[in-house]
Design a protein around this ligand. Structure first.
Ligand code: SF4
Ligand code: SF4
Ligand code: SF4
Length: 293
């Protein structure tokens, strides 16, 4: 029973992804969905298992497996625009395909279960940004998060303009927009990381996807919780958080609570073992480090 509790997060992830894989395979009569969502679910579950067993690079392994697969195979080889422009594109065409499914699972409905796990374990932009030299951000945090709403609106206007002007070769344009968009994300993301001494500056201030991710992850089932009666207020956890989360406060409205990417760095640092990534309300007072359920 303890073992089941310990491995509850990867079990939940695997069940969710396999449910999506089988449902889409059968309803769309396309075995690609079975392969695609099974691969992603297994990669994430594998990473969580590695993490639970304290392998130090577990999260990076998943990032490279999932982010690399999505960018190289789905984006560059299959020529699907998996960015937010692709989401608008398929939404306007009324087709529940590719980026629409990806957004529904990873960025709109999924965050109700796994919060911003996408940002910690799968995003191909952060996959590169996390190699930069500022995993612990310089503080204080800038008050320029409003930029995300501009980039969000710009992505929508760009795709709407393509449809309204009835431009030809729209699929080709969407493919080139995917490549150009990613090049811009990497350039701006790397530039900001060095300018602000913060690997995740792009995530905090620019990324349009956070307009979906933040409100949905507020209600996330899986989240970092603190056994506050054991906490000695040493501050080690907050000092290593890449996203400036007030993780010692269990309230949903804790500071930057919707920024948590479930990286687990705070959990590793706590000398009292009072932090954990949990599914549900949190741990009982007798829980100890290593338990993630
Ligand atoms: S905030 Fe945006 S760029 Fe950053 S990890 Fe999440 S989806 Fe990727
Ligand atoms: S360090 Fe902890 S609170 Fe901060 S993003 Fe990672 S898991 Fe979330
Ligand atoms: S590292 Fe642990 S003991 Fe220290 S403030 Fe954070 S939760 Fe409390």
């Amino acid at each position: 029973m303890n073992r089941v509790k310990k491995y509850l997060p990867p079990i939940i992830i695997l069940i969710i992804f396999e449910s999506v894989a089988v449902t889409l395979w059968l309803t769309k009569n396309n075995p690609f969905y079975l392969f695609n969502f099974s691969y992603i679910g297994i990669a994430i579950a594998l990473g969580l298992i590695l993490y639970i067993n304290q392998y130090p690079h577990a999260r990076r392994v998943v990032q490279l497996l999932v982010g690399g697969y999505m960018f190289v195979y789905l984006g560059c080889v299959c020529r699907e625009n998996m960015q937010i422009e692709g989401f608008w594109y398929y939404l306007f065409t009324g087709v529940f395909e590719a980026a629409t499914i990806h957004y529904a699972v990873a960025k709109i409905v999924g965050p109700l279960i796994f919060g911003r796990g996408w940002c910690g374990y799968a995003c191909w932009t952060a996959m590169v940004l996390d190699f930069l030299p500022y995993p612990v951000p310089a503080r204080p945090r800038k008050k320029i998060g409003w930029i995300r709403y501009i980039t969000f609106a710009a992505s929508l206007i760009f795709v709407a303009a393509l449809f309204l002007t009835k431009v030809g070769g729209i699929e080709q344009i969407m493919f080139w927009a995917f490549l150009a968009g990613n090049a811009a994300y990497y350039a701006v993301g790397i530039g900001l990381a060095f300018a602000f001494k913060d690997n995740r500056a792009f995530c905090k201030y620019i990324c349009p996807v956070t307009v979906f991710l933040k409100p949905m992850s507020y209600f996330s089932l899986i989240r970092v919780t603190c056994q506050t009666d054991q906490c000695v207020r040493c501050g080690k956890c907050e000092s290593v958080c890449p996203m400036d989360v007030e993780m010692t406060n269990n309230a949903r409205n804790r500071q930057n609570g919707t920024e948590c990417v479930l990286c687990g760095e705070c959990v590793k640092q706590c000398p009292k073992h009072c932090l954990a990534i949990t599914a549900g309300k949190g741990r009982s007072p007798k829980s100890r480090r290593g338990s993630t359920a």
